[in-house]
Design a protein around this ligand. Structure first.
Ligand SMILES: [Zn+2]
Length: 441
């Protein structure tokens, strides 16, 4: 939760020449102590309804009764429950908040079923779990039905909560269709608006197309030789976070000092995430602006996640970065594609196509028998670009193989051991390969 507005994409689809984009805009809000009590009540009621619904479906399943439909679930855990003395207090919060809690449960179930049946691709989705008051993140959602309103004085009016003070850092492009109020582990509140825009925002076409290798020695290497390292301030913040986590682990369970340390860690964590996101936004915007097509390696992060590289993979935050590239490409009329990791992008020569001997992670540059000299990562990025272009050409005929986990032997060397000196901070350009042209690659 940054003090600046965070904008991220939820969904997009093409409608003629327009791209319909659903965006999420996030702002800090500052509820009064009284409003905090009302919000806590709403978080609690939403959690109870969610858990009641989950319990009901679990019991039905254990008893061999058919899956409880969305409509019946709503009737039993909201409408009928309100009439009982045990749940009468559900009437004290907006009914929309309760319905939206059940909507979350229904979505969680649908994702789980789709994952089981193979309709949903990617990592397996676990069945819904009970929510706890101890969860790091508490959230409620209001839709238009709830008649939430942004007032002329800039306050956000929420039914049965009041008028919240919002720190607006930019204006919403159109009327929001929903707003979620979120409380994070550091005790901060924010309002997350969903806004749908339909605009022709296509950028003027450019000639260059880029392949990106998401590596471990660098955050990203482009096929034109640009090497992007995570900025120093981000690495410093990550180191501080690690120190705080170590301090936390030494505190006695249940002690006051431990509680304080938990909040400190949560704050540092939020700061690292905010900083990383801001930086990734700048980088992804620059890449989309400068290139007509962007190809990245499909990381099969789920596969990497099981190896010893997991830590650095998750710190690097590639998944968030590639999804930024994807939605910005859709929004600005660029091409984006993920390239499956089914060819040895590292040891295949991007000039002659020969597949060379396997090499360990400390080999940063190599020579092909054809006479080409390659920077390891730049060569990989060139191969990714070529594969992406070929993929797009025979889209449809080509059957995409499933994700392949990273090779074990690449996963045993610590990446820092092989860090070359030619790294750059931020997004400035550095020519890495010897045979690099100044435009495109
Ligand atoms: Zn070669």
């Amino acid at each position: 939760m940054s003090t600046r507005a965070n904008v991220c994409e939820i969904d997009h689809y093409q409608n003629g020449k327009f791209v319909i984009v659903q965006l999420r805009y996030q702002f800090r809000v500052y509820p009064t102590p009284g409003q905090q009590i009302e919000l806590a009540r709403a978080f609690g009621c939403a959690r109870v309804v969610f858990n009641d619904g989950l319990r009901l479906r679990q019991q039905a399943r254990e008893q061999g009764i058919a899956y409880v439909s969305d409509g019946e679930l709503s009737r039993r855990v909201i409408t009928e429950a309100k009439a009982t003395p045990q749940r009468a207090w559900l009437g004290e919060v907006s009914a929309v908040v309760l319905q939206q809690a059940l909507a979350d449960l229904n979505t969680a179930y649908r994702n789980f079923f789709d994952s089981l049946s193979g309709k949903r691709k990617g990592r397996k989705v676990a069945p819904p779990r009970f929510r706890s008051r101890k969860d790091n993140r508490q959230a409620i959602r209001f839709t238009r039905n709830a008649r939430f309103k942004v007032l002329d004085n800039g306050r956000l009016r929420l039914p049965k909560i009041g008028d919240l003070h919002v720190r607006w850092s930019r204006t919403l492009p159109s009327d929001p269709s929903s707003v979620a109020i979120i409380k994070d582990a550091a005790g901060r509140y924010c309002a997350s608006f969903v806004v749908t825009t339909a605009e022709d925002e296509a950028l003027p076409p450019v000639a260059s197309e880029v392949g990106i290798d998401l590596g471990l020695t660098h955050f990203a290497v482009l096929c034109d030789g640009t090497k992007v390292a995570a900025p120093k301030f981000l690495r410093r913040a990550a180191r501080k976070l690690k120190r705080l986590q170590q301090a936390l682990s030494r505190k006695q369970r249940g002690s006051q000092n431990r509680r304080k340390a938990v909040i400190k860690v949560a704050r540092a964590h939020a700061r690292v995430a905010d900083t990383r996101r801001d930086w990734q936004h700048k980088l992804s915007t620059a890449i989309i602006r400068d290139n007509q097509a962007v190809y990245v390696e499909d990381l099969a992060v789920a596969g990497l996640g099981r190896t010893r590289l997991a830590r650095s993979v998750h710190d690097a935050g590639w998944a968030g970065f590639t999804s930024m590239l994807e939605y910005k490409a859709a929004r600005y009329g660029r091409t984006f594609a993920r390239v499956d990791r089914f060819f040895p992008s590292t040891r295949m020569c991007s000039d002659c196509g020969r597949i060379n001997e396997k090499m360990t992670l400390d080999v940063r540059a190599w020579d092909c028998p054809c006479g080409s000299h390659h920077d390891r990562d730049v060569n990989a990025a060139k191969n990714i670009r070529a594969a992406g272009q070929a993929d797009l050409n025979d889209r449809g005929a080509h059957v995409r193989p499933g994700p392949v986990p990273a090779a074990r032997r690449e996963a045993v060397t610590h990446p820092n051991a092989a860090c070359p000196t030619r790294s750059v901070e931020g997004i400035s350009v550095l020519q890495g390969g010897e045979d690099v042209k100044t435009t495109g690659c």
